[in-house]
Design a protein around this ligand. Structure first.
Ligand code: HSE
Length: 428
């Protein structure tokens, strides 16, 4: 059997310890499948003394992760510290400079610095792999770079933040408001240290940035994503959506259009009986469409010790076997600059607004929609008490720009109370 592949693990949080456990538990299996042993030689983390639920006494300890990357007995650096800059970026760059392969789960770092890091890694002839950065345990990057390599990708979409999906499904199932369920999620430990990464859609948008780059051969540019979180979703919207046979999801969508790459991470409605509509709790789902294969649906755990470590090991095993693929599936120099196209694809929209209940109010709203070039497909006005009336409108296919134009016109009608809600209905 060949020489062992010697890992240095920087970061012993949930995922790092998950990797330690897999390497220890499946040493024989990995050696057989990779054709060589996979071993851990050194580890690094912030505090040495903590009880982590795994025996790390047999590994060399480094306080400084950069020193770990430079050790002669480390062939491959596994970066699991997280954070877009700081030590994670330093250890990744140190490993590349040392001519060592890197496996990371760090979506934030790659969404921001991915193109620069890929360029540096390729110049140094080292691998930079990140299966665990997108949708946890779902092998979605392998699906794109390997299983679907013979396809032109037409659309990638999915639910890629389990915490948001938990919050939305719990709001629907229990009829509870956003703030109450947010607190529950916090008590359950589901939220990131900065909750805005989850509920603001940033974590999911980092993941979409990486998938879109691989799918469409574009440079990863996080700021090119149209981003909106779930904080404004109300139980009313969830109920109205259900009445229409729809469910609200924080949905990432990337598609190449004639005008450029359209990327959005925002609350959207999907058919309740579709695979995305049926997705409950903290599970993730990625839907990929290719010109040869059609539609692929991948579903699985998007976070947690075992699932994320499982994805890290997929990359480690590839490198142990000698399978080397450029970080974004093709050479970094060939990734084209993103021309960001904002919501060019026409879709139906769900709109909810509150109107003053007086003669001609609805006619004014309908006229504003008409002036914006928007045609109404369905409309519902519910029975009510008091002077204001909630109205739900489903439009025929239109664009986000037209919807924004219409909502701008609403403010001149004198009959729309407060801010209207508008969400795209995504066909799947
Ligand atoms: N906080 C993320 C989620 C997991 O809820 O899916 C890591 O990206």
């Amino acid at each position: 059997m060949s020489d062992p592949l010697r890992l240095g693990i920087a970061g012993l949080g949930t995922v790092g310890i998950g990797v330690v456990k897999i390497v220890q538990r499946h040493a024989d299996l990995l050696a057989l499948r990779c054709g060589r042993p996979v071993e851990i030689t050194a580890v690094s983390a912030r505090s040495r003394g903590r009880n982590r639920g795994a025996d790390i006494s047999g590994y060399a300890w480094e306080d400084d992760p950069v020193a770990l990357a430079r050790r002669d007995d480390v062939d491959l650096v596994v970066e699991l510290m997280g954070g877009e800059d700081g030590p994670a970026l330093a250890v990744t760059r140190a490993a590349i400079a040392e001519g060592k392969d890197v496996v990371t789960a760090n979506k934030a770092m790659l969404a921001i610095h991915g193109h620069a890091l890929a360029t540096e890694a390729e110049a140094a002839s080292v691998a930079l792999r990140f299966e665990a950065a997108v949708a946890g345990g779902i092998p979605v990057i392998k699906a794109l770079t390997e299983g679907m390599v013979g396809n032109r990708i037409t659309r990638v979409m999915g639910v890629m933040n389990g915490t948001c999906n938990y919050i939305l499904t719990r709001m629907e199932d229990a009829g509870l408001p956003y703030d109450t369920v947010f607190e529950e999620a916090a008590q359950l430990g589901y939220l990131e240290a900065d909750p805005n990464l989850d509920v603001g859609g940033i974590d999911a948008a980092h993941k979409l940035t990486l998938l879109a780059s691989i799918a469409f051969g574009t440079r990863p540019v996080f700021s090119a994503i149209d981003l909106e979180g779930i904080q404004r979703i109300s139980v009313e919207d969830i109920r109205h959506a259900a009445d229409l046979g729809l469910r609200i999801k924080l949905l990432g969508v990337a598609r190449m259009t004639g005008r450029g790459l359209e990327q959005s991470m925002s609350p959207c409605l999907v058919p309740a009986d579709s695979p995305l509509g049926q997705l409950k709790g903290g599970t993730n789902m990625v839907v990929i469409e290719g010109d040869s294969v059609g539609q692929i649906v991948l579903r699985g755990p998007g976070a947690g010790e075992g699932p994320t470590a499982s994805a890290v090991m997929a990359d480690v095993a590839d490198l142990a076997r000698g399978l080397r693929i450029p970080p974004f599936g093709q050479p970094a120099a060939t990734l084209v600059e993103v021309t960001a196209a904002r919501a060019t694809a026409a879709k139906p929209f769900y709109m909810r607004m509150t109107l003053v209940d007086r003669p001609g109010a609805l006619a004014r709203v309908a006229a504003a929609l008409g002036d914006a070039g928007i045609s109404i497909d369905r409309m519902r006005q519910h029975g009510h008490e008091g002077t204001d009336v909630p109205v739900i409108i489903v439009t025929h296919k239109t664009t986000r720009d037209a919807i924004d134009h219409a909502t701008g016109l609403f403010s001149t009608t004198g009959v729309v109370v407060g801010e209207p809600v508008a969400m795209a209905i995504e066909a799947i």
